[in-house]
Design a protein around this ligand. Structure first.
Ligand code: F6P
Length: 321
């Protein structure tokens, strides 16, 4: 391949810039022209490209967000949008595309590959919900950010003998909630993968720990369980007598400079993706498993199911008493 493009799509994640940098630098080092596509698939449809060089990705390895901007593009999901994107790629001589994003972005990459533009996906999402990977770019940073934020809430929760009910991100997945719950010593963790009952899993647990002399509590809920944390805090206060507050961490979780792990894995994945395209291999997802970088067919990757580690869930429950 002589010319490729790189885009970021869906929710941004810390470490995406490190991946863009690795794609650009690997391409340049191997004599391949590389375009940065602005605002995800929108840019691919409209030809919003920036020709990148070694220096256009300087000083971004440490930055959160994405210098290429990102979007969720409804038009790309239509046949006409897809046709326009293919036409734009052909006009610009783009022979392969690296797509950094979540599973929605990978569906676009699969469809584009099927229409003759080979794509390689790199998992970039704080949710860690890509089935073929045990890690996605941004997850580690986000987890550490949540831990820091909850630690702050914990200081004031403890000082007032209160209960804090905290909602963390995770549209359909509980990895952030489960692991931050363990890292922050939450009394109860509510995640979409495990059915729960508020009376049994929150109220009774709190009462049990109260009897063991505990006076302040952190309850962590994944956004994906769809609970109104303010209403839950009121309910807890009424039933346990513990003054309660609710916090939705929201988008504070998604920004900030990436951790070493996110920078390193993003760099390895970006490099790996370009090496696939250099061999004319498309329709693949780069995956990380046990620190190893490998790749899967996109179609196969999208059909895989990711389950929660119940051992981890049980550990969380056993030690949170
Ligand atoms: O997919 C990443 C994510 O941060 C989810 O955890 C969250 O549900 C969603 O994106 C929020 O999207 P937006 O920034 O578009 O509101």
């Amino acid at each position: 391949m002589k010319t490729i493009a790189v885009l970021t799509s869906g929710g941004d994640a810390p470490g995406m810039n490190a991946a863009v940098r690795a794609v650009v630098r690997t391409a340049c080092e191997n004599g391949i022209k590389v375009y940065g596509v602005v605002r995800g698939y929108n840019g691919l449809i409209n030809g919003d490209f920036i020709e990148m060089d070694l220096r256009s990705v300087s000083d971004i390895i440490n930055r959160g967000g994405t210098i290429l901007y990102t979007a969720r593009c409804a038009e790309f999901a239509t046949e006409e949008g897809m046709r326009r994107a293919v036409r734009t790629c052909q006009e610009w001589g783009i022979e392969g595309v690296v797509v950094i994003g979540g599973d929605g972005s990978f569906r676009g990459a699969r469809d584009l590959s099927e229409r003759g533009i080979p794509c390689v996906g790199i998992p970039g999402t704080i949710d860690n919900d890509i089935a073929c990977c045990d890690y996605t770019i941004g997850y580690d940073t986000c987890l550490n950010t949540i831990m820091e934020l909850v630690d702050r809430i914990r200081d004031t929760t403890e000082s007032h003998d209160r209960c804090s009910v905290i909602e963390v991100m995770g549209r359909r997945a509980g990895y952030l909630a489960l692991n931050s719950g363990i890292a922050c010593g939450a009394t109860a963790i509510l995640i979409p993968e495990v059915p729960f009952d508020i009376e049994k899993h929150v109220i009774e647990r709190m009462k049990k720990t109260q009897r063991a002399d505990k006076k302040h509590f952190i309850i962590l809920a994944a956004e994906g369980v769809g609970i109104d944390v303010k209403a839950l805090a009121e309910d807890i206060e009424k039933k346990t007598g513990v003054e309660s507050r609710a916090t939705i961490l929201g988008h504070t979780q998604r920004g900030g400079y990436p951790t070493a792990k996110d920078r390193i894995m993003a760099t390895r994945m970006g490099n790996y993706a370009v090496k696939l395209l250099m061999q004319d291999i498309g329709n693949r997802v780069v995956a990380a498993q046990k620190e190893e970088v490998l790749d899967y067919d996109i179609f196969e990757a999208l059909n895989m199911k990711k389950s929660i580690d119940m051992n981890l869930y049980n550990v969380a429950h056993e030690v949170s008493i």
